[in-house]
Design a protein around this ligand. Structure first.
Ligand code: ADP
Ligand code: MG
Ligand code: MG
Length: 209
């Protein structure tokens, strides 16, 4: 497939919601070690609002699916919900009427990354979701430049996001609540970065190669 149509976007978000549900307790435990322990409930409530607002699968468009995601996350308390929400809003606006191709997806994710960095001020290496999102965005941009298929682009983005998420275990935070515990959080993965990896892995599993 060369276009993420509405049904693909719907299935991607559904798969991500299930993947998040399976990881929710572990991600909450990470936020308890390095933050305040509300990450899992924050994101679960955002995903519940999203699924309540999703259009029916057969009439879904890329824009309406990511629009529902954006609103669901923007209405969430905590730091990560609004940041994810702004990113999903940029992604929702990247698509054409029929869906998003590799170039549009790469542009939407790059724009979402820039928005999160503008709002939150985090750079790569600050032990946040940026450590997974920035390499995923770079991988998508490279895939778009190379004329890769969506499957190849998602595989590259998912792999890059996972490597980036794993890298946060070695980092000491300088942004967000994890910065309050400093060295104590060494060895603890950043839950926002792991969630970004789950997001692109769910896309890769949905869109295929
Ligand atoms: P809070 O810390 O307000 O309780 P959450 O628990 O919902 O917020 O989210 C924590 C996540 O937010 C972290 O794992 C990290 O990925 C992300 N985060 C925190 N601060 C920033 C920031 N300035 N920029 C980007 N992401 C951030
Ligand atoms: Mg928290
Ligand atoms: Mg909190």
């Amino acid at each position: 497939t060369e276009l993420i149509a509405g049904t693909h976007a719907f299935d991607w978000i559904t798969r991500f919601t299930h993947a998040f549900g399976a990881a929710q307790q572990a991600l909450t435990d990470l936020d308890r070690l390095a933050g305040d322990g509300d990450f899992g409930t924050n994101i679960a409530s955002a995903l519940r609002r999203t699924s309540d607002a999703l259009p029916d699968r057969d009439i879904a468009t890329f824009g309406t699916v990511f629009g529902a995601m954006s609103r669901g996350f923007l209405a969430t308390g905590g730091t990560s919900g609004p940041l994810f929400g702004m990113c999903f809003r940029d992604i929702s606006r990247s698509a054409s009427a029929d869906g998003a191709n590799v170039v549009e997806l790469a542009a939407g994710v790059a724009s979402g990354l820039a928005t999160i960095q503008k709002l939150g001020g985090a750079k790569v290496g600050d032990n946040t979701m940026i450590d997974a999102l920035a390499p995923a965005s770079d991988a998508l941009t490279a895939a778009a430049d190379d004329g890769a298929t969506l499957g190849q682009a998602f595989a590259a983005a998912a792999a890059a996001a996972r490597v980036g998420a794993e890298s946060t275990g070695d980092l000491v935070a300088s942004r967000g609540r994890a910065s309050y515990v400093g060295e104590l959080a060494r060895g603890v993965l950043d839950p926002g970065a792991v969630t970004i990896a789950l997001f692109f892995e769910s896309g890769a599993a949905t869109i295929g190669v």
